[in-house]
Ligand binder design. Structure first.
Ligand SMILES: NC(=O)c1ccc[n+]([C@@H]2O[C@H](COP(=O)([O-])OP(=O)(O)OC[C@H]3O[C@@H](n4cnc5c(N)ncnc54)[C@H](O)[C@@H]3O)[C@@H](O)[C@H]2O)c1
Length: 421
């Protein structure tokens, strides 16, 4: 039976915003039109950073305020310049080098958008919060347990300072996902007993090393193929689906066991595929499956099987009749809505703080990667609590600070061997 929403009027026509559907995420006050000019900067001027700048501007338009890009930073000055040029930003406001983030943060902006490779996120995020900036942090937010825990700690600092922190997990800002989450919470599929989350696609891109190129430059350009910078694709890409699992189940996995391997990746040291069993306790297991192999069958999404129905992520839901509040967002574009939600939360004095949830989802993905790389059973507590565990202090090198200091050793371009890693 398809669920029927019978209580649409519960929240009237109020716009629902924010990552959750709790009444607490409803904002009582709308920002006054045209009241403010929002100054923002961006760190990481690649595909996502460039798009996030436009998304932020689109969000400001929706909210009736002005946006002013005041700084752009990238490890490579020409990339910062290119983004700057597209937005009529003066060249002296475009910064290169691995300390570019310091200049962006010091540029007089109120908001910082962070879209570098994830290994740099903990350092940049902390610097931005220290300086009192509202932060948009692209997913994932770390590549190792040390980094993920640092993001949680910085998130607490942001909370104490009243700063907004919004993650680039756009599914949490899309009506179809919010609706299914609300239906599940209202009992539409009963109790979730298991599921599968998948990102089966191809290697997005590779970059070859140029002759005479430094380690730092090669790694920063080809970051998507090195686990020390990207977290491997289970973290970098599949975190989206794992985040949905954690969000829909409302809890974290207890253990992970899995495997993976490399069939024909051409650069770097990552796996091509992972298959990980996540045990969420109470006999509930979620299968996490991801693959980057051209020519293979593609499927991206989530499926949850409940005692009384089934839900496909933000798609079809078959189950019991329940009633939920109406969900009405400002835009169908989750990547714009996330900025609307961030800005509105600041304007209404109720800053959203996604730091913990995105750090935890990132850590779930890291847990899966460690399980596959080592062949071991990995416990959540080994990543967050058990300081005696070798996984607890696991930090990938080169670190973000190594790049800044110019001390970058190239990791071996061979994948880990399970049982020996
Ligand atoms: N939410 C989404 O759907 C989504 C989609 C794509 C990418 N992303 C995420 O956004 C981030 C960036 O991905 P992308 O696709 O834009 O990659 P990209 O390679 O296109 O851009 C990354 C940029 O960061 C720069 N960079 C590298 N190190 C840097 C440093 N220390 N300081 C400043 N800049 C640095 C690179 O030169 C590059 O210009 C990643 O975390 C990725 O997972 C999210």
């Amino acid at each position: 039976m398809n669920p029927i929403i019978t209580r649409r009027s519960f929240l009237g026509n109020t716009t629902l915003v924010g990552a959750g559907l709790a009444a607490g995420s409803l904002f009582a006050v709308e920002p006054s039109a045209g009241a403010q000019k929002l100054k923002f900067g961006v760190i990481g001027c690649g595909g996502r950073g460039s798009a996030a700048v436009k998304d932020f501007m689109a969000a400001c338009k929706i909210l009736g305020c002005e946006a002013e890009l005041v700084a752009a930073g990238d490890a490579f000055k020409d990339k910062a310049d290119a983004l700057g040029k597209a937005h009529k930003l003066a060249p002296e406001r475009c910064f290169g080098g691995f300390d570019n983030y310091k200049n962006v943060i010091a540029s007089g902006c109120d908001y910082v958008l962070m879209a570098t490779p994830p290994s740099f996120r903990p350092l940049h995020f902390d610097a931005a919060v220290e300086a009192g900036k509202h932060c948009f942090i692209e997913k994932p937010v770390a590549v190792d347990p040390v980094g993920a825990r640092a993001v949680i700690a910085t998130g607490e600092k942001a909370k104490a300072k009243g700063l907004a922190v919004v993650a680039g997990t756009q599914r949490r800002h899309m009506a179809e996902y919010l609706r299914n989450k609300a239906l599940i919470d209202a009992g539409a599929i009963g109790e979730i007993k298991g599921g599968v989350v998948q990102w089966n696609g191809t290697v997005p891109w590779i970059k070859r090393r140029n002759e005479g190129e430094s380690n730092a430059s090669y790694l920063a350009r080809n970051w998507l193929n090195f686990n020390e910078l990207s977290g491997d694709h289970i973290v970098e890409q599949h975190v989206h689906n794992l985040d949905v699992a954690v969000w829909f189940l409302g809890r974290l996995p207890v253990t992970a066991i899995g495997f993976g391997g490399r069939a024909r990746r051409e650069t770097g040291n990552m796996f091509d595929f992972f298959s990980v069993d996540l045990d969420f306790g109470d006999d509930v297991h979620i299968h996490s499956q991801c693959r980057q192999l051209a020519g293979s069958y593609g499927r991206i999404g989530e499926l949850f099987t409940g005692t009384e129905g089934v839900c496909y992520g933000g798609g079809k839901l078959k189950g019991k009749e329940v009633s939920i509040p109406e969900i009405k967002l400002d835009t169908d574009n989750g990547q714009v809505q996330e900025h609307v939600d961030m800005i509105r939360s600041v304007m209404t004095g109720k800053p959203i703080n996604d730091a913990k949830s995105i750090a935890e989802s990132t850590l779930v993905a890291i847990m899966g990667r460690i399980a596959a790389y080592t062949g071991e059973l990995v416990r959540w507590n080994d990543l967050v609590k058990n300081t005696e565990s070798p996984h607890y202090n696991y930090a990938c090198t080169p670190t973000a600070l190594d790049f800044e200091k110019g001390e970058v050793t190239l990791p071996a371009e061979v994948p880990p061997i399970p049982g020996k890693a």
